[in-house]
Write a protein that binds this ligand. Sequence first.
Ligand SMILES: *Cc1c(COP(=O)(O)O)cnc(C)c1O
Length: 394
Amino acid sequence: MELSTQLVHFDPAPGDPLRPTSTPIYQTATFCQPDADGQGPYDYTRSGNPTRSVLQRQLARLEGGCAAFVFASGMAALSTLTSLLQVGDHVLAGDDLYGGSYRLLDQVARRRGLLSSAVDLTDLAAVRAGLRPSTRLLLVETPTNPLQRICDLRALAAICRERDVLLAVDNSLLSPLLQQPLLLGADLVVHSATKHLGGHSDLTAGVLAVRNPDLAERIAFLQNAEGTALGPFDSWLLLRGLKTLALRLERQQTNALRVAEFLAAHPAVRRVHYPGLSEHPGAALHRSQARGAGAVISFETGDLRWSRQVVEATSLFSIAVSFGNLSSFISLPCRMSHASIPAAVRAERALPEDLVRLSIGIEAAEDLVADLAQAFCKARAQALDPATCSLRGG
Ligand SMILES: *Cc1c(COP(=O)(O)O)cnc(C)c1O
């Protein structure tokens, strides 16, 4: 069955004799037990809840895993991932990673006795060199965020297997509709379900999906022991959002390509980062492991002041962190989503301060292009050749 069919075809309420077509919200903390041995199927919502179970089963199926777990946020999922490790273990991570993931490894996991370092994961020699005897986890984003570099998931999985390292892929940027890392050899998939999976910017949630039952058992234990699971109402919101993932993402992606092409042709844009453009250096590799380029684009203007003016001059793009929402967002990663990475580290990792990130929504593509065109004009009204302004819509 195609994923777009699976998104809307699943048992919404296993065992319910009333056969509802939408999953009921079991908004209860506790469940009465048939006897003093507590043998009921559910006892306490921290440990298990029927609404959450339906969601978790559906996410496992979409990622091609044996189990999935939902958490209060993407960071809670990532934190649980680090809880699988022991004091003294080393984590190797990509050097272009979501700012919060960097902060978790650098400031929280470190205090719990985990070491971490970062390399450019598009460079397999650097990956091999970066692995230590104590490395237990490789944390990957592909495309990376916000620079949209492409990492070779099959090759990284082979290296990890050789070295007995867990491979975890943060798949927030694409969703299982476009990329299924477990099927390419990853051990775990992480999501900020706040992004594409939810899609409506109305909840925060996180996911860990796994390929093997042993890991599933350890994560189930942690989810209960640490009390990090997503509540019933948010589980229901996420189930509801998930059903339209294919429709949303297909439209967002078509729009994104149109916007990326507009940006690539605009004289005021120095570089566009979007793997859907054929000139992207990772485009072919990306196509070999994913079914689409997603809806996030970043670009450089070469001048922070100007980037800031463009961001502030748009009217359809909300200035907001996050991506995957129905309406479009614009941001300056170094000031916003990635501000938790110290400026010196950002410089070392060549994260341009003038980088602008767009999350493309489901609006009409023409309106988005026209809005960006007018923002460029407004931002540089005096400095630019008036000819630039005639690019509106084109
Ligand atoms: C947003 C994000 C996270 C963190 O998720 P929250 O739901 O905000 O806690 C992790 N990874 C990536 C790639 C993200 O974009």
